[in-house]
Ligand binder design. Sequence first.
Ligand SMILES: Cc1cc2nc3c(=O)[nH]c(=O)nc-3n(C[C@H](O)[C@H](O)[C@H](O)COP(=O)(O)OP(=O)(O)OC[C@H]3O[C@@H](n4cnc5c(N)ncnc54)[C@H](O)[C@@H]3O)c2cc1C
Ligand SMILES: *[C@@H]1O[C@H](CO)[C@@H](O)[C@H](O)[C@H]1NC(C)=O
Ligand SMILES: *[C@@H]1O[C@H](CO)[C@@H](O)[C@H](O)[C@H]1NC(C)=O
Ligand SMILES: *[C@@H]1O[C@H](CO)[C@@H](O)[C@H](O)[C@H]1NC(C)=O
Ligand SMILES: *[C@@H]1O[C@H](CO)[C@@H](O)[C@H](O)[C@H]1NC(C)=O
Ligand SMILES: *[C@@H]1O[C@H](CO)[C@@H](O)[C@H](O)[C@H]1NC(C)=O
Ligand SMILES: *[C@@H]1O[C@H](CO)[C@@H](O)[C@H](O)[C@H]1NC(C)=O
Ligand SMILES: *[C@@H]1O[C@H](CO)[C@@H](O)[C@H](O)[C@H]1NC(C)=O
Ligand SMILES: *[C@@H]1O[C@H](CO)[C@@H](O)[C@H](O)[C@H]1NC(C)=O
Length: 602
Amino acid sequence: MIPFVAISLLALATLVQGSLFTDPTKLPATSYDFIIIGAGTAGSVIATRLSEDSSVRVLVVEAGISDSEGPTSDIQVPFLVSKALPSTVYDWNYTTVPQTGLNGRQLFYPRGFVVGGCSTVNFMGFTRGSSDEYDRIARVSGDSGWSWKNIFKYALKGEQHVDDVDDPDTAGRFNPAVHGHGPLKTSLAGFPTAAVDARVINTTQELKEFPFNLDMNSGNPLGVGWLQSTIDKNVRSSSATAYLHPALKTGTNIDVLIHSRVSRVLQTGTKDGLPVFLGVEITQSRNSHTLKLTARTEVILAAGAIGTPQILMLSGIGGKSELSRIGVKPLVDLPDVGKNMHDHPYITLAWAVNNTNTIDSISFNQTAFQQALAQYDANGTGVFASNALFNQLGFFRLQNASGVTQKFGDPTAGPLSPHYEFALSNGFLGAAQRPPTSGNFFSSAVILVSPTSRGSVVLNSSSIFDPPTIDPAFFTTAFDIAAMTEAIRSLQRFVSGSPWKSYLGLQWLPDGLNTSTDAQIENYVRSSAISVNHACCTAMISEDGANGGVVGSDLRVKGTSGLRIVDASILPNVPGAHPQAEIYIIAERAADLIKQSSRIRY
Ligand SMILES: Cc1cc2nc3c(=O)[nH]c(=O)nc-3n(C[C@H](O)[C@H](O)[C@H](O)COP(=O)(O)OP(=O)(O)OC[C@H]3O[C@@H](n4cnc5c(N)ncnc54)[C@H](O)[C@@H]3O)c2cc1C
Ligand SMILES: *[C@@H]1O[C@H](CO)[C@@H](O)[C@H](O)[C@H]1NC(C)=O
Ligand SMILES: *[C@@H]1O[C@H](CO)[C@@H](O)[C@H](O)[C@H]1NC(C)=O
Ligand SMILES: *[C@@H]1O[C@H](CO)[C@@H](O)[C@H](O)[C@H]1NC(C)=O
Ligand SMILES: *[C@@H]1O[C@H](CO)[C@@H](O)[C@H](O)[C@H]1NC(C)=O
Ligand SMILES: *[C@@H]1O[C@H](CO)[C@@H](O)[C@H](O)[C@H]1NC(C)=O
Ligand SMILES: *[C@@H]1O[C@H](CO)[C@@H](O)[C@H](O)[C@H]1NC(C)=O
Ligand SMILES: *[C@@H]1O[C@H](CO)[C@@H](O)[C@H](O)[C@H]1NC(C)=O
Ligand SMILES: *[C@@H]1O[C@H](CO)[C@@H](O)[C@H](O)[C@H]1NC(C)=O
């Protein structure tokens, strides 16, 4: 349906050269200094930084496809973000187990199956989260190097703000002082939606509960501010386009093997009484031969919050009895592998509006859609250049008067971390509901960003080709329902502000459901919530000496030698933010930790 986007801008001048392999037997070596498992968000950062010394040889093994295969317009063109997933060539196609907190519904659980990982297919929202999030990692790990004060330099090292192609006037919409000089590009929404933008900003002036925040990436995200997206003027910026492709272009010391799954890490010896895991087993299909490669210095697992615990468990690293039950020989007893899974659920509220200047007028109208696409193809401008789904986000704490934190305790990282979020949309946004095919809408997601429900990733077979059992366990605590109820009431207060009086028409979502009482709201939440796809914490960090957790403060897997994890699975909590920014920051610091502990002089 979507024609190939021929614009030269999108021809990806940075397409990989000789060092991209699809056949593992063609690799020039079977031994590398570093082997990185997963060319995803974190893996591409690590590979790129470790390759900065040209004498170091780096291999990245990626299960998925190249980001120049498939309908590339779906992953490059900002307006088409929501087409990349689920159930496409870019997706792992996971589903969750029936969710007891969601009336037994099973959810799609998309994950990027492509170079760049989820950063190649996500919604591009760029939110660092509060300083408290990083200070909590420092607290949990006993390493002040993770604190906001000490890690902020890596935020600046990794990212750079660029002007949007359509609207370079950024005055009053972000703070240049908190942005850096790195490879990942971020920009503000370039598609002005006057009717909604002015109402949102006016609401921040009228209602004290919803103050304006000039830049949510300053360490204090609370309030309503303008969305920043990982868009380089008018195309997606991912860890593949920002890091890996440029590194492949300039260096000859990175090899990237795609279409290849790591099925296990293998013990290659013993050091100081610990098993050394410098072997990596690779396979391309259920019936193909496996190949063994070795790392001279380290193996870095960056397969994400689902892939990393799956590979660990298949390798015998996990809960002893759990592994034995599935027929995997336990080697390292780490019961927290795959546990503590933490993710964000959301619902939406939507209203019909009497205004044709909404994104629905483009997404529901093929003529308008094709016109906008033709403009983008012609000169890279217009609504297709923008992450048009949201122009503003809001992050808020529960009001003390609600009594929720008094009753259940406060799970946030600290006073600057939000309990819930609004993602305000100048168009229709649903959750589990089927979208309409015509009309004009205003909607907002209400995201619970401080859930206390924790789930798990558990092996269901000893084959890497069988998906693990994924259970985010949404809304299985009383706090989560109580906090979400307050968050929905908060959005109801937001739209009761005078700017919305003449604008909002019939309430479209919830569809026919009354949401006056707590019980009615709970019913709506359980029947319509889905995931924001922010899975974390399945190989959690903890203090070096502590019993629980999977990695120590320097991200080495406990009870092993030679093996580290760098991806969303090491986080102790899902951040009160969309997590990619934090993952880039952690990966930048982790690359320095790995460099410092290796004998290589950078
Ligand atoms: C649809 C969607 C929308 C999202 N929207 C946003 C957003 O707007 N903003 C935001 O901040 N976050 C968003 N996220 C979340 C964010 O993108 C992820 O949390 C983050 O990118 C994860 O990074 P990672 O490095 O941990 O894992 P990934 O980026 O998933 O990387 C893991 C890589 O490992 C590979 N892999 C897995 N198993 C194996 C194996 N056995 N062998 C070899 N390779 C393997 C995978 O294919 C993948 O490439 C979204 C996620 C999704 C799915
Ligand atoms: C997911 O499903 C799509 C569509 O059927 C398919 O093309 C893709 O290969 C699947 N992904 C995986 C990892 O099997
Ligand atoms: C929508 O706006 C138009 C133009 O202002 C007006 O004529 C019309 O009556 C409005 N419709 C509704 C349903 O409010
Ligand atoms: C669809 O878009 C075209 C081009 O902008 C416009 O002329 C037409 O009126 C639109 N159709 C509807 C039903 O709004
Ligand atoms: C791009 O094309 C559109 C529509 O054809 C036009 O209105 C706009 O001025 C062009 N912009 C640039 C920068 O060329
Ligand atoms: C809410 O309670 C906390 C802890 O008692 C206090 O620090 C904070 O100032 C209160 N906030 C408001 C808005 O009253
Ligand atoms: C686990 O494996 C069994 C047997 O192959 C299968 O029937 C079941 O659907 C699998 N469960 C999940 C969650 O994948
Ligand atoms: C927003 O506030 C300004 C200044 O008070 C006012 O001029 C404008 O009409 C308001 N816009 C909307 C859409 O409410
Ligand atoms: C919604 O439920 C409340 C509480 O039960 C009730 O007072 C109200 O009349 C209901 N509204 C509608 C439109 O049914």
